[in-house]
Design a protein around this ligand. Structure first.
Ligand SMILES: Cc1cc2nc3c(=O)[nH]c(=O)nc-3n(C[C@H](O)[C@H](O)[C@H](O)COP(=O)(O)OP(=O)(O)OC[C@H]3O[C@@H](n4cnc5c(N)ncnc54)[C@H](O)[C@@H]3O)c2cc1C
Length: 410
C-alpha cells in the first residue's frame, strides 16, 4: 500500500486495545484498517514482552469479560505452552502464540492489516473533523482517509496531532520508570528456592532498586523478568529512549549474572530475548470529555455512560526517583465513554493507555485487562458513529447493549 486509501474506520496502533477495537468494528460490518509501525499485533504484550495480562477481577469475581476473556481462554485451551489458565488475576501468555492468535482473529473478522507503517500527521477537513492521516513507509508518504479514527497508539499520537489537549511529564508529576522486559530460559524450575528466599538473595546482590519480579512463562524453565528500570526520562524523546534501552540492556545482563551466580536452579540460565521494544508505562494522557480521577476509582464510582469496568491497583512506578505507589482497590469502578472522546474532534476515539485520566487512575487503567475491554467498546462505538459521523453523538444505550451481547461487564 503506497497510494492513498480509504476506509470507514482507521485504527492506529495494534496493541491489545487497538487490535480489540479493530476486531470489534470489523465485526459490526465496518470496513476497518489496523495500522502498526511494527510487524505484529499485541504491542507491549508481544513486542514489549510484557506479561502477564492483568487484572480481570476482584475477590475472585470477574469485572472484565467480553471477547478478551474468550480469546485468552481459547489460547490456554489450545496448547499448554500458549498461555497459563485464565483467572481473575490474568494469564501469562507466550508472546509468539499471542501474536498469531490476535492476527488470525483480526483477519477472520475482516480487518485489513497494515504493518511497517508509521502515522506521522493528521489533516483536518474542518476545525473538528479529521479528513485523513499521513503515514510514511519505505515507499514514501501516503494518505489514509477514514470516517472515524481510533487512536490506540498508547502515546495519544493522533490526538496530539489533531490538537487535543493532553497531560504529560511537563504538566504532571513526571512519567513512570521504563523497563526493558526479557525472557530468561534454561532454568531448572524443580530446584528453585521459594520467593522469600530468592528475594533475600536479590536484596544481598541487587543491581537496581526493583523487587524480585518474575512471571513464569507457560513453557517450563522460562520466565518473564520485569526487573530493569530507569526513571526521569521522557518516553516520547528518541534520545531518552535510546539511553533507557542501553541502560536497561546493561542491567539485564547484570541481573542475569546475579541469578546465575547466586540462585539455585539458574546456573545454566540465559537471556532468550530482551524485548524488541522498550517498555513505556506512561507518556501522554489526553484531556477528554471526562477525566477519570483517583477519587472515582477509589470510591468505585458508577457512571451512566459506563462502557467497561476495572479493578487493577493504583500502581505508579518511580517518577523522578520518587518512591513507587501501590494501592489495592477494595471494589471495582466503571469507566465512562466520555473518557475516550474529546471536546475538540467529532470523528476521533481514544483507547488503551492514552485515555483521559489523572495520573493515579491512569496507573490502574493502563493494564491490559482494561485495554481489551476499552478496545472492544471503542470499536463498537466507532461503528455506531458511522450513522452520523459524530462519536460524541451515539446511543450509549445501544453501545452498552452490544457490549453485553458479547458478555461485556459494564
Ligand atoms: C514494563 C511494563 C510492565 C507492565 N506490566 C503489566 C502487567 O503486568 N500487566 C498488565 O496488564 N499490564 C502491564 N503493563 C501495562 C501494559 O502493558 C500497557 O499499558 C498496555 O499494554 C498498553 O496497551 P495499548 O494497546 O494501549 O498500547 P501498546 O501495547 O503500547 O500498543 C500501541 C501500538 O501502537 C503502535 N504505534 C504507536 N505509535 C504509532 C504510530 N505513530 N504509527 C503507527 N503505529 C504506532 C505501537 O507500535 C504499538 O504496537 C506494563 C507495562 C510496562 C511498560
Amino acid at each position: 500500500m503506497s497510494k492513498d486509501v480509504k476506509f470507514d474506520i482507521v485504527v492506529i496502533g495494534g496493541g491489545i486495545s487497538g487490535t480489540m477495537a479493530a476486531i470489534a468494528s470489523a465485526r459490526q460490518g465496518s470496513k476497518t484498517l489496523l495500522i502498526d509501525r511494527y510487524g505484529a499485533l499485541g504491542g507491549m504484550a508481544t513486542s514489549g514482552l510484557v506479561q502477564p495480562i492483568t487484572t480481570w477481577g476482584i475477590n475472585d469475581s470477574y469485572v472484565i469479560s467480553g471477547t478478551g476473556k474468550k480469546i485468552l481462554e481459547n489460547m490456554a485451551s489450545k496448547h499448554d505452552q500458549a498461555a497459563t489458565a485464565m483467572s481473575t488475576y490474568g494469564p501469562t501468555c507466550d508472546a509468539e502464540y499471542l501474536k498469531k492468535e490476535l492476527e488470525d482473529i483480526a483477519i477472520e473478522n475482516g480487518v485489513s492489516l497494515l504493518y511497517h507503517t508509521w502515522v506521522r500527521s493528521v489533516e483536518m477537513k474542518s476545525t473538528d473533523v479529521i479528513s485523513h492521516i499521513t503515514a510514511f513507509s519505505k515507499n514514501g508518504d501516503f494518505n489514509i482517509y477514514g470516517k472515524v479514527f481510533i487512536d490506540a497508539t498508547a502515546d495519544g499520537d493522533i490526538c496530539a496531532f489533531a490538537g487535543v489537549p493532553f497531560e504529560s511529564s511537563e504538566d504532571s508529576e513526571g512519567q513512570q520508570a521504563m523497563t526493558l522486559m526479557m525472557i530468561v530460559s534454561g532454568i531448572d524450575q524443580d530446584r528453585i528456592l521459594d520467593r522469600e528466599k530468592m528475594q533475600e538473595i536479590w536484596d544481598k546482590h541487587r543491581v537496581n532498586s526493583r523487587q524480585l519480579t518474575l512471571f513464569w512463562h507457560p513453557r517450563k524453565g522460562s520466565t518473564y523478568v520485569n526487573m530493569t528500570s530507569i526513571s526521569s526520562l521522557n518516553g516520547l524523546d528518541p534520545t531518552d529512549l535510546t539511553k533507557a534501552t542501553i541502560e536497561c540492556r546493561k542491567q539485564a545482563w547484570d541481573i542475569l549474572d546475579v541469578f546465575r551466580n547466586y540462585m539455585p536452579g539458574f546456573e545454566n540460565a540465559y537471556i532468550e530475548q530482551t524485548a524488541p521494544t522498550l517498555g513505556i508505562r506512561e507518556t501522554r494522557r489526553i484531556k477528554g470529555q471526562y477525566i477519570l480521577s483517583a477519587d472515582d476509582i477509589l470510591s468505585g464510582r458508577e457512571f451512566n455512560d459506563s462502557i467497561a469496568r476495572a479493578s487493577c491497583p493504583i500502581d505508579i512506578h518511580p517518577r523522578n526517583n520518587e518512591p513507587a505507589v501501590y494501592q489495592v482497590l477494595k471494589k471495582s469502578y466503571s469507566i465512562p465513554y466520555r473518557a475516550l472522546i474529546t471536546n475538540e474532534i467529532s470523528n476521533l476515539i481514544a483507547t488503551g493507555r492514552c485515555i483521559s485520566t489523572d495520573q493515579e487512575a491512569h496507573s490502574s487503567v493502563r493494564r491490559m485487562g482494561p485495554g481489551f475491554a476499552l478496545g472492544e467498546a471503542a470499536g463498537i462505538a466507532a461503528a455506531l458513529a458511522l450513522e452520523n459521523n459524530d462519536v460524541r453523538n451515539i446511543s450509549i444505550n445501544q453501545l452498552q447493549t452490544i457490549l453485553k451481547s458479547y458478555n461485556g461487564i459494564i
